[in-house]
Design a protein around this ligand. Structure first.
Ligand code: ADP
Ligand code: MG
Length: 436
């Protein structure tokens, strides 16, 4: 009997020669699973540090093509003579993570190779992979936004539904749903669901490890800066205070000529400026006891608004502001204000050329204070976003590249997190979450 039911199944042979010398099912299954693990391993070893995992479409597509071809070359043979393979595992996973950008090239690889292999079931395979291509990548955007655990579960569900559909199409080749059909179903369904889930768990784990390491590096960097700036700033501040005091005494002296007092005034002014820079630099340092407040951010945000409104208007930027937070938390007021000023400044500077709106929302959610600062400016690419917070990274002519470092440092010290959402030429949102 010849069955031409291939979505995955290639042919059906009942002759006993065929089954002789054939590797045992579990063996081929394990080998096939190895094929599917292969790209994950290669990615982990060679490509993990290439900034963001979701970026390297070409690399992922190339890597996913290997298991696609290998699984089709070495399919799994059930005792009944039914053949199937695991090609849809990499196909589904890549479609979910990359959307059409990943699905279309893999779809081509899959079908071209399937046509080369030829034999029965080419058209069924074509039909079935087309259905996947049209259906799965649509969910990419929602899928990417899910929480890690849900991503694993949903990937499992997608693979379950896809395989269910496969089994339904397979029924048309079985006049009656006999035992053989159910054996096939019992093999195909769990293997695909578990396979997809394992791969997604591994991908998520790689991402989490990468992010943890980045976070750790960042906080190490901040630690170094924070310790240095505390000691250096204090050391410089004391002599400055002394110099300041004596210069002021000189100013009051009657023996000094009016003309010479001009120089003294300039010196005093410059000392004031140096002190200001140092106190800014102290924002990197440990929170200062004398600056600690217990507040719901109302006062701080108002203070910053007042300071920044003239600067915003100068650049044709309007400030939009909403406040609905009742939670209180403890923080260093100077540092927090400086941090907000830096965020406002970056937002306004991003809209320098065009003008726009800077929206600031302060609200509470789940026992945390949230501050979101959104501009409608130039925005950043994912790559640029990942560079934020590195000391001296700046794209501005007169930028210092220290603003973001300071922002991260202050938020880090109160145990908060910052999320950046940005789109090139559309705008940027910084969302600060502060646990109370
Ligand atoms: P600086 O403002 O001195 O350049 P920052 O550390 O404040 O340094 O910012 C670093 C870089 O991050 C900026 O040069 C800019 O390229 C980018 N950036 C920060 N905030 C925004 C934003 N809201 N919109 C677009 N780019 C931003
Ligand atoms: Mg800045």
């Amino acid at each position: 009997m010849v069955l031409l039911a291939d979505a995955m199944l290639l042919d059906w042979k009942n002759d006993s020669n065929y089954t002789k010398g054939r590797p045992v099912l579990t063996e081929t299954l394990l080998i096939n699973f190895l094929f599917i693990l292969f790209p994950v391993l290669i990615y982990l070893i060679f490509f993990e540090n290439r900034i963001t995992l979701y970026l390297n479409n070409t690399i992922i597509v190339l890597l996913a093509s290997f298991p696609l071809i290998l699984t089709m070359t070495f399919p799994i043979r059930l005792d009944l003579g039914f053949i199937y393979d695991l090609r849809y595992i990499p196909f589904i996973v890549a479609s979910l993570f990359l959307g059409f950008k990943g699905a279309i090239p893999l779809y081509l690889v899959l079908n071209v190779y399937r046509f080369i292999i030829g034999g029965e079931g080419v058209y069924q395979s074509f039909f079935f992979s087309t259905v996947i291509l049209l259906f799965i990548p649509l969910w990419k955007k929602k899928f990417i936004k899910l929480k890690t655990r849900n991503r694993v579960l949903w990937a499992g569900l997608f693979s379950f539904l896809t395989m269910l559909f496969y089994l339904v199409t397979l029924t048309s080749f079985f006049p009656v749903l006999n035992k053989e059909y159910w054996i096939i179903a019992a093999n195909v369904l769990p293997i695909h669901v578990i396979g997809v889930m394992i791969i997604v768990i591994l991908i998520e784990k790689i991402r989490a490890n990468y992010q943890n390491r980045e976070r750790y590096l960042q906080s190490e960097r901040l630690n170094v800066i924070s310790e240095l700036s505390a000691s250096v700033s204090h050391e410089i501040r004391n002599p400055l205070t002394a110099a300041n005091g004596f210069l002021q005494l000189l100013m009051e002296s009657s023996k000094i000529h009016q003309e010479e007092k001009k120089y003294l005034a300039i010196s005093l002014q410059e000392i004031k400026r140096a002190e200001k820079i140092i106190s800014d630099f102290l924002s990197f340092a440990k929170p200062q006891a004398e600056n600690m407040v217990y507040s719901n951010f109302k006062k701080e945000i108002e203070y910053v608004n007042n300071i920044m409104i003239p600067y915003a208007h100068l650049h044709l930027v309007d400030l939009k502001f909403s406040f609905s937070n009742t939670l209180l938390m403890r923080f260093d007021q100077n540092q927090m204000q400086q941090c907000l000023i830096n965020l406002y400044k970056n937002g306004i500077e991003a809209m320098k050329e065009t003008g726009g709106i800077l929206s600031i929302d302060v609200y509470e959610n789940n026992g945390s204070i949230l501050i979101s600062i959104t501009d409608t400016g130039i925005g950043m690419t994912t790559e640029e976003c990942s560079l934020l917070g590195q000391p001296y990274y700046s794209t501005k002519k007169e930028g210092t590249g220290l603003g973001m470092v300071m922002i991260y440092s202050v938020i880090d010290k109160v145990g908060g997190t910052i999320k950046v959402k940005s789109e090139k030429d559309a705008g940027t949102t910084f969302l600060i979450t502060l646990p109370v």
